[in-house]
Design a protein around this ligand. Structure first.
Ligand code: MTE
Ligand code: MO
Length: 420
C-alpha cells in the first residue's frame, strides 16, 4: 500500500469495532424479522403463526424495514473505515487468511445486495432486479448471516481488544494518535507486516496497534464525530421512514414512497384493479363469490353477501415493504361462510382466490387460527363505504396479524377443506 495513500487518522480498529457492533445488531434484528416474515408467508408444517396480537406482523415487519434502512449509513461508514485494507500487500498471507478474506468479500457483496435490493423493493423499482426479488432476498439473507458469523468469529478478539482499551483524556496526550493512518510508512500495521502479536497487545495480527486509540480530535473530524454523524444519519433515516407504519411520525415520511394515508379511502394501494385486469369482472353484474367445500358449492351475489350478518373490525394492512395503515372494515366473517357450506369453522383449511387471472398474489391460504378468528372478514366495506375498486371491490380478505400480500383482493372463490 503506497505510503500516505489513506491519510485519515480516524480509521481505527476501535471505530471499525463500534460500527461493526451496531451493524451486527441491525443485521441480526433484520435477519430474524425477515426470516419470520418468510415463515409466515411460506409456513412449514412445524410453524404456526397466531392471529393475535393483531398488529404483531405490523411491528416485526416495520422493524425489519427500519433496521434494513438504518444499515445503509452504518454499512457505508463501516466500509469506509476498512476499505484501505483492500489494497494490503500481499493480498493473502496464508490459506486461512485467504479464506477469511474471501468470506469478507462474500459478506460485503451479499450485504450490499440485501440493502440495495431492499431499498429498491421499498421503492417498488424492480427494473434493476431481473430476478424474483423475494426469493433472492431470502437466500442471500442466509449468505449474509453465515458470512457474518464467520466474520464475528474471526474478528472477536480484535474487537474485544479495541473496545477494552480505555481512552485517556489527558491534556498532554500526543495529538494525532487516535487513528491508525493506514498507509503510513513506518511501522506498517501488524496486518501488513504479517506479524502476529504487537507490542504486547492482545492482537491477532489484524489492525490493532498500541497507539491506535488515544486522544480525541484529529484533523477536525474525530472518531466520536464520525460515530455521532453515523448515528444521526441512521436516526434521520429511521425518523423519516418509520412513519410509514407508526402513526404519529407519518408527517415526517419523506424517504419512502408510502404514507399510511395516501390513497383512496385513506389507504395506500400497491396493485390497482386495472393493473390486475379485474375491472370488468369486479364491476360486472354476473359477479358471484363461490364458496366451495367437498360436495357443496354456493354462489353468493352482492345482495346475498350483504344479507348475511355484517361485522365491523379495525385492522391494519401491513405490507411487507414496511408501510402499514389501519382501516375500519365491514363484511361477513370468514367462519360464517365456512359454516354456510357445512364445515366446522374451528377445523377448516381455507384457500381464497382472486378474480385476477394471473399474478403472484392472486391466491392465499388462510391458516386455521385465522379462519376461526372472529376478526377475519370477507370485507365488503371500508370506512363505512363500499370498498374502493382498488381496495378489492366487491370483496376482499382482511385478517388480523397477516402480511399485506396475503390480504387477497377481488375475491372470486373460497375453497374450504375440513381438517381431520
Ligand atoms: N388479488 C390481489 N390481492 C392483493 C394483491 C395483489 O397483487 N393481488 N396485493 C397485496 C398486497 S402486496 C398488499 S400490501 C395489499 C394492499 O391492499 P390495499 O391495496 O387495499 O391497501 O393487498 C394485497 N392483496
Ligand atoms: Mo404488500
Amino acid at each position: 500500500m503506497r505510503a500516505g495513500a489513506f491519510p485519515s487518522r480516524v480509521r481505527s480498529a476501535r471505530l471499525s469495532s463500534w460500527l461493526g457492533l451496531a451493524l451486527g445488531v441491525a443485521f441480526g434484528v433484520c435477519f430474524v424479522t425477515g426470516l419470520l416474515s418468510h415463515l409466515v408467508q411460506h409456513p412449514p408444517g412445524w410453524f404456526g403463526w397466531p392471529s393475535r396480537p393483531v398488529g404483531l406482523y405490523r411491528f416485526t415487519q416495520g422493524l425489519h424495514v427500519a433496521t434494513g434502512l438504518a444499515s445503509v449509513p452504518l454499512l457505508g461508514a463501516k466500509l469506509w473505515s476498512v476499505y484501505p485494507r483492500l489494497f494490503q500487500w500481499p493480498p493473502a498471507r496464508s490459506v486461512v487468511h485467504a479464506a477469511e478474506r474471501v468470506s469478507v468479500a462474500v459478506l460485503v457483496a451479499a450485504a450490499l445486495f440485501q440493502v440495495v435490493g431492499g431499498v429498491l423493493n421499498v421503492g417498488r423499482w424492480y427494473a434493476p432486479m431481473p430476478f424474483f426479488f423475494t426469493a433472492a432476498h431470502y437466500w442471500v439473507g442466509w449468505l449474509v448471516i453465515g458470512a457474518l458469523l464467520v466474520h464475528i468469529g474471526v474478528q472477536l478478539p480484535v474487537v474485544r481488544a479495541a473496545l477494552a482499551r480505555p481512552v485517556p483524556q489527558r491534556p498532554g496526550d500526543r495529538a494525532g494518535t487516535e487513528g491508525e493512518p493506514m498507509g503510513e510508512d513506518e511501522p506498517v500495521s501488524a496486518d501488513v507486516a504479517g506479524g502476529d502479536v504487537v507490542r504486547g497487545d492482545v492482537v491477532r495480527g489484524d489492525v490493532v496497534r498500541g497507539d491506535v486509540v488515544r486522544g480525541d480530535v484529529v484533523g477536525g473530524l474525530s472518531r466520536r464525530g464520525i460515530l455521532g454523524g453515523v448515528a444521526v444519519a441512521a436516526g434521520l433515516v429511521t425518523v423519516t421512514s418509520v412513519g410509514q407504519t407508526a402513526g404519529p411520525l407519518s408527517p415526517l415520511v419523506v424517504l419512502v414512497p408510502r404514507r399510511p394515508d395516501d390513497g383512496p379511502q385513506g389507504l395506500p394501494v400497491n396493485r390497482t384493479a386495472d393493473r390486475a385486469g379485474v375491472r370488468d369482472l369486479a364491476l360486472g353484474p354476473a359477479y358471484r363469490l363461490t364458496v366451495a367445500a367437498p360436495g357443496r358449492e354456493i354462489g353468493l351475489g352482492l345482495d346475498a353477501l350483504h344479507a348475511l350478518v355484517q361485522h365491523t373490525v379495525e385492522l391494519p394492512i401491513s405490507c411487507v415493504e414496511g408501510w402499514s395503515a389501519t382501516g375500519l372494515w365491514s363484511g361477513v366473517r370468514l367462519r360464517d361462510l365456512v359454516a354456510l357450506v357445512g364445515t366446522d369453522p374451528d377445523r377448516a383449511a381455507v384457500e381464497v382466490e382472486s378474480l385476477e387471472a394471473a399474478g403472484r398474489y392472486r391466491t392465499s391460504v388462510v391458516a386455521p387460527e385465522h379462519t376461526r378468528d372472529p376478526l377475519t372478514l370477507i370485507a365488503l366495506r371500508l370506512g363505512g363505504e363500499p370498498l374502493h375498486l382498488d381496495h378489492g371491490y366487491p370483496a376482499r380478505l382482511i385478517a388480523p396479524n397477516r402480511p399485506g400480500v396475503m390480504q387477497t383482493k377481488w375475491l372470486g372463490r373460497i375453497t374450504v377443506r375440513e381438517l381431520r
